[in-house]
Structures are given as C-alpha cells and as structure tokens.
Design a protein around this ligand. Structure first.
Ligand SMILES: NC(=O)c1ccc[n+]([C@@H]2O[C@H](COP(=O)([O-])OP(=O)(O)OC[C@H]3O[C@@H](n4cnc5c(N)ncnc54)[C@H](O)[C@@H]3O)[C@@H](O)[C@H]2O)c1
Length: 374
C-alpha cells in the first residue's frame, strides 16, 4: 500500500516544495500521505512522529508501524532522509526528542504537518486525561448508520454530549497541542524563514452536521481553525503561514470510528467513482501540495480562510444525489446504492489485507524493524 502511494506520487512528477519536514501523525491516513508527497514529490527530508506498537511474541505490530517500516525502506533505497519517533506527541518529552533530532539532522524545519487523530490526550502540565467523544450537541440525534462489515443499515440514537465531553473533545482534537508544538519549536529556534504549518479539517454535508460539524468534533475543529489564526500572527516574524485544509471524507482508522460517516462515505464513493472524481489520501495530498501550498500563485482559501480540497466531494450534483439516496438506502438496496464493498476494501487495506498480488498464505515474520527506531 505504501509502495503504491509512492508510485502514484512519482507518476505526478516532482515539484518545488518543502525541504525539511516534520509530520506529526505520520504513520497512517493523511499524515502518511503528506509525508510521502513531501519526500517523493519534493525530495524533502522528513521526520515523522506517531504512536504505534511494535510486534511482540503474541501480537503483530500496528498497521502504522509496518507503514513506516515500508516508508523508511523505500526512502532509504532512493537516498531520501527519513527518521521516525514513536511516542505520545502530546507529551513534552516527545516534543523535546523531536526538537533534538531536528537540530541534529535538519537544522530547521520549513513545513510542520499536524495530522493527529486520537481518542485521548494526557495534558503535559496537569497530567489530566482528556477523552474525545463523537456526539451531537444540544439535542439527541436519531439517524441512519451502517455496520459496514455486516452490510446492515440501522437506526442510531446518540444522546447529546455533556459540557465536559465537549471540553474534553476540544482538548484532544482542537488546536492547543498544535500551538504547543509551534511554540516549542519557535523557542528552540527550529523554525525556518517562510515556515508553513498545516492541520486538517472536515466539513461535509448538512446530513452529517449533527454528528460532525455541529457535534463535539466540530467544536474541536472550530478551535483548530482559531488556532491557525493565532499561529498565523505568531509566525509573522518568520514570514510563515498557518493553514487549515478541509479534506475529503475517506476511510481511515479515525473516520471509521464516527457514527453515520461510514454510510455517508459508501454513498459518496459510489457517486464519485461513477463520475471519475474519487480520490484517496495520496491524490488529495498531492493536489494540496502542488496546487495549493507550493503552487506559483497565492493559496486559494474560502471565506473562513481554509483550503478546500473537499471541493469534488462537495460538488452540488454529488451532494444532491447523496441526499436523494440517503432517505432510500436500506439493508436490502445497500449494494445497489452504496459502494459498501469499496468501503470494506479500503478498511481492510488500512491493515494490509485485500491487497492484490499478496500471497496471504505465505509464512512471514511479523517482527519488522523501523530502521531509524532501533
Ligand atoms: N479521514 C477523514 O475522512 C478525514 C477527513 C478530513 C480531515 N481529517 C483529519 O485528518 C487528520 C488525520 O486523520 P486521519 O483520518 O488521517 O487519521 P489516522 O487515524 O489515519 O491517523 C492518525 C495519526 O495520528 C497518530 N497519533 C494518534 N495519537 C497519537 C499520539 N498520542 N501521539 C503521536 N501520534 C499519534 C497515529 O499514529 C497516526 O499516525 C485528523 O485531524 C482528521 O480529523 C480526516
């Protein structure tokens, strides 16, 4: 899967982009794709931070561990610098370790991608544990969702979040930690002139508003955008930029945990694949870097100041079709109206299954090392 993403980037041609990159949340999903584009598109040196598990005698490693082992293998093969740090990005210790590695290996960084998706955060100062929730705010939500593995469309009832749950979600998925990273790297004098920092957001259509945009996660994303404005001011002295990019809904470990969203994604896939406009993380990130961040023109943003690479998802004809099918979709017609198989395939592929050309009966050694983490 990693090799396929690298090959895609190569077919799109190289571009003048960032040179020294830090990706926080670099092992899966949008963060991994950002790292691949920076390396194999712009020839950047990268440091990736993530939270994954190595294999032990009883268990295989987590998917992002193998992704990173593969990423480093291909990077080294083509003489690209890549080092990784496995640990809690919310902690001061990992920030310090990252800063030391940047100073030693890169000097300074000119791009910092903040792509964390986490269910919890231990605050580095108070040690308070925050847990994020995916709930509506203000009123109970009753709507449709799907169990993608069983192919069953069901009704779901979600009770509104308490004020505490909202605050916790903002503490985990909002911008506070992003700002702490930037403050720390500035204090350590590791930000290059013209530095860019970037975080990812999602908006989606009105039918997912109660659970996304207007729910607990939406509140966290509002905070992320406010943080971008704060960082923009702080980065002025570096002639830097702090940006939020609104990305397309895609199957990742993070999005699969959100109620309602898997049904929406499987309808979306069906329509976008038929139109020929479907993209995965790597296509999205390639477009983001080449057509927005590092294009020869000012970066186009919406009225709220966000980059919109969800433009193809949000096309009116796509959304009208989804709205029409949303009321009709049932377990019986799921296969006709939605690309539930595509959803499942993508989900399995997050963990390396269902990949063409792989002999899954072959004996393998699950103990794989990430070369820079010995
Ligand atoms: N998937 C989507 O549909 C979608 C759409 C738009 C925006 N986004 C946003 O993109 C960002 C990334 O999401 P994703 O879907 O790529 O998620 P993902 O689950 O694929 O990746 C999350 C990354 O964060 C890392 N991580 C989690 N907790 C960590 C910790 N404590 N310390 C260090 N690393 C940690 C993981 O190791 C992994 O690399 C999120 O802000 C998400 O809201 C996602």
């Amino acid at each position: 899967m990693v090799e396929a993403q690298i090959n895609y980037v190569k077919t799109q041609g190289s571009f003048k982009g960032p040179k020294h990159v830090l990706v926080i949340g670099a092992s899966t999903g949008y963060g991994l794709a950002s790292r691949i584009v920076a390396t194999f598109g712009a020839g950047a040196k990268t440091i990736g931070v993530f939270f994954e598990k190595a294999a032990d005698e009883k268990r295989t490693a987590s998917a992002g561990w193998y992704n990173t082992a593969a990423f480093e293998y291909y990077s080294r093969k083509e003489n690209y610098f890549a080092k990784s740090i496995n640990g809690d990005a919310f902690s001061d210790a990992i920030k310090q370790q990252t800063a030391d590695l940047i100073r030693k290996e890169l000097g300074k960084v000119d791009l910092i991608v903040y792509s964390l998706a986490s269910p919890r955060r231990v605050h580095p100062e108070t040690e308070q544990i925050f847990s994020s929730t995916l709930k509506p705010i203000g009123r109970t939500f009753v709507g449709k969702t799907v169990d993608p593995m069983r192919g069953e469309v069901k009704e779901i009832t979600l009770e509104p979040a308490t004020p505490d749950e909202i605050a916790h979600t903002v503490a985990v998925m909002g911008g506070e930690d992003w700002e702490r990273w930037l403050d720390f790297l500035a204090q350590e004098e590791l930000l290059a002139d013209g530095v860019v920092t970037l975080a990812y957001d999602y908006v989606g259509p009105t039918l997912t508003y109660p659970i996304y945009k207007e729910g607990t996660i939406g509140k966290a994303k509002e905070h992320l955008l406010q943080t971008a404005h704060v960082l923009q001011t702080k980065l002025k002295k570096y002639h830097g930029r702090a940006l939020v990019s609104v990305n397309k809904a895609l199957v990742t470990q993070a999005s699969s945990a959100i109620p309602v969203v898997p049904l929406y994604i499987s309808l979306l896939y069906k329509i976008m694949k038929a139109k020929g406009t479907h993209e995965g993380c790597i296509e999205q990130m390639t477009r983001l870097f080449k057509e927005y961040l590092y294009a020869d023109r000012p970066t186009a943003c919406d009225e709220a100041g966000r980059i919109r690479i969800d433009d193809l998802e949000m096309q009116p004809e796509v959304q009208q079709q989804i709205a029409a099918w949303w009321s009709k979709v049932t377990t019986e017609n799921l296969n006709d109206l939605a690309d539930i198989e595509g959803y499942r395939d993508d989900f399995y592929r997050l963990f390396g299954f269902n990949v063409e050309g792989i002999d899954y009966a072959a004996e393998i050694n699950p103990q794989v090392m990430i070369e820079s983490i010995l």
